[in-house]
Structure formats: structure tokens, C-alpha cells
Write a protein that binds this ligand. Structure first.
Ligand code: NAP
Length: 305
């Protein structure tokens, strides 16, 4: 496993993290097996959100921690808040209340990181800063970050919230890569040149932020897995070819494509299958060549200008 430094000081977190959005239906035994499988793969990073399964994902994870509290020290636990009642909400009261709920469900006294899940257009950075300061002082949250934010939104929030923003969690896969397309097609009139993230890849890299990537195997917006999808014949053929070359399965190559980017990249896998967790972990040990990386980019239906 490869590790990256979360924030300026750390701790070290695995370049492959486990997403818990799809674990709400597990029973305590399945959740225990799932969590221990991740740890056995040297994955120490667990990504939650207060809304996953309506809180059930955190609850079931909490049963694992309650049964064996010694597991907590082996983990970096992150959760997210800001989505509720059909809106996005960065108000102080809501953030504080949400974190209390998260900690109660997870059966832990602190989060290693709290991310704000989606940008609230009505945000007041200083108000967020008051919430962050209170949470930090109380020892409830150690570090902070954001999700689904472009460069300017991060700068705006960072200018007033008084805490370093250590991570940004964004959707990225070979089949969904606007942040890469906008850089490759800069100043062209091609569709790929449409600026959707304001250079967030470069921004995170320059500011030492972890770029956590969600839905690493999905096409579109929760459009399903692109592996073996007949709409992506060229991509799947190349993934299979490279999988054979590296002696792994195609999903490993898809994760390795993300981790090849020269930033603090992290893959957040959503698999619920311990065997597939093993595959995700393998990706951290594969470095695709520059040629392979670009060929995969193009095989998903793109051209270079
Ligand atoms: N910040 C945000 O706005 C945001 C949004 C969405 C998600 N997230 C985070 O990102 C995490 C990952 O998202 P995701 O679940 O959409 O990611 P994903 O890993 O791209 O998708 C997971 C799905 O793909 C299936 N899958 C995995 N490996 C496969 C393979 N080799 N062949 C076929 N199917 C395979 C899984 O089924 P099995 O379980 O059967 O393997 C599962 O249904 C979430 O858990 C959450 O923590 C964040």
C-alpha cells in the first residue's frame, strides 16, 4: 500500500480508501468482515457521510467499533455533512448538530476529518470557521476539508474559515474526468475544454490537498460501472490488455489510472466485496507508463487536440 500525508502534518493515510455509501444493508457480522478485510489490505481510510443510508451506514460501522474499540486506533475516519432537506447547509448550528449525530452513530469520540459535502451557495466562511473552531477545540474533529468544490469555492471558504482545508473529494474515473479534460483542451472550442472545476486538479496539487476521488468505476452521474459495458468497447479492450500485462484484473488498472496523476491522489472505492477491496489495494503498487495513461484516456472516447 502507498500512503499519503493528510494535511500538512499527517497522519499518513492509504492511497486507497473505503467508501461506506453502499454498506447500509449489511448486518453487523458482514460489516465486521468488511472492515477487517480493508484493514488486512493495509487500508486505514474510511469515508462516511451523515446521509449514507439515512445514517444507517454510520450506524452499522459503529456496531463494529463498539464490539472492538481497539480497531479505532488503526483507522482514519472521515465523514461529511451539508446535505439535508433538499438543500445544502453550511450554517454553524447545522454543522455542529450533524457532527454530534455522526459521532453518536459511529460510536467514536472524534472524527479524523470532516468534509463539507457539496458547496452551499449561501455559505458564510466566517460562520463555518466558528463551527470548525468549536469542533476542533472540543476535540470532536481533527482536520477539515471539502467535497465537490471548484478552485474558487475552496479559496472563498479557505479565506474565512480559519482552518486549513486538507482535502477535496471529487468524482473522477476514466469515464468521467472533466477536471482532466479541461486541462488537456485548454483554450480550444472542443467540448472537453469547458471549464467545470476551474483547474481543481492543479489547485489541489499546488496546495498540497488530498484529492479524494469518488465513484472511480462509474460512468456519468451514478450511471453504472463502465467495466464490461458494451458502450466502452475500446476502453475495456485496453483495460483487459493492460490487466494481463500487469497480472491483475481490469478494475485494478482503472484505479491505477487515477493514482498515476501527480497530485496527492486517493481512490475511494465503493465496493462491498472483500475480494474487490483486495484488487483496489493492488492498484497502489502499479505505476502506468505515460503512454498507457494517455491511451486509456483516449480509449474512453476522447481525442487529444
Ligand atoms: N462526495 C460525494 O459527493 C460522493 C458521492 C458518491 C460517492 N462518494 C463516496 O465514494 C465512494 C465510492 O462511490 P461509488 O460506490 O459510486 O464508487 P465505485 O467504486 O465506482 O462503485 C461501486 C459499485 O461498483 C461495483 N463494483 C466494484 N468493483 C466492481 C467490479 N470489478 N466489477 C463490477 N462492479 C464492481 C460495486 O459492487 P460490489 O459492492 O458488488 O463490488 C458497487 O456497486 C462511496 O462509498 C462514498 O464514500 C462520495
Amino acid at each position: 500500500m502507498k500512503y499519503i500525508t493528510f494535511g500538512k502534518q499527517g497522519p499518513q493515510v492509504s492511497a486507497v480508501g473505503v467508501g461506506t455509501m453502499r454498506i447500509a444493508g449489511m448486518d453487523p457480522q458482514q460489516a465486521d468482515t468488511f472492515v477487517r478485510s480493508a484493514l488486512a489490505e493495509n487500508i486505514n481510510f474510511f469515508d462516511h457521510a451523515d446521509i449514507y443510508g439515512g445514517g444507517r451506514s454510520e450506524e452499522i460501522f459503529g456496531t463494529v467499533l463498539a464490539a472492538d474499540p481497539s480497531l479505532r486506533d488503526q483507522m482514519f475516519i472521515q465523514s461529511k455533512c451539508a446535505i439535508h432537506d433538499g438543500m445544502y447547509d453550511f450554517s454553524k448550528d447545522y454543522i455542529l448538530k450533524s457532527v454530534d449525530g455522526i459521532l453518536a452513530r459511529l460510536k467514536t469520540d472524534h472524527l479524523d476529518a470532516l468534509l463539507l459535502h457539496r458547496p452551499d451557495v449561501l455559505m458564510e466562511p466566517e460562520e463555518v470557521g466558528e463551527a470548525f473552531a468549536e469542533l476542533k477545540k472540543a476535540g470532536k474533529v481533527r482536520q477539515f476539508g471539502v467535497s465537490n468544490m471548484n478552485r474558487w469555492q475552496i479559496e472563498l471558504l479557505g479565506s474565512g474559515c480559519g482552518q486549513p482545508l486538507a482535502a477535496n473529494q471529487m468524482q473522477l474515473s476514466i469515464a468521467h474526468a472533466p477536471m482532466i479534460e479541461e486541462g488537456i483542451n485548454v483554450n480550444t472550442a472542443f467540448d472537453g475544454g469547458v471549464v467545470r472545476t476551474a483547474g481543481v486538479l492543479e489547485y489541489c496539487r499546488m496546495n498540497d490537498m488530498v484529492l479524494e476521488t469518488w465513484s472511480p468505476l462509474q460512468k456519468g452521474f451514478f450511471g453504472g460501472v463502465f467495466l464490461n459495458d458494451p458502450d466502452y468497447p475500446e476502453l475495456n479492450s485496453l483495460l483487459n490488455e493492460l490487466a494481463e500485462k500487469y497480472g491483475v484484473s481490469a478494475d485494478v488498472i482503472a484505479y491505477a489510472w487515477i493514482l498515476r496523476l501527480p497530485a496527492k491522489m486517493q481512490v475511494i472505492t465503493g465496493t462491498t466485496d472483500p475480494k474487490r477491496l483486495h484488487n483496489a489495494a493492488l492498484a497502489a503498487d502499479i505505476t502506468l507508463t505515460r503512454k498507457e495513461w494517455y491511451e486509456l484516456y483516449k480509449a474512453a472516447g476522447r481525442q487529444l487536440p
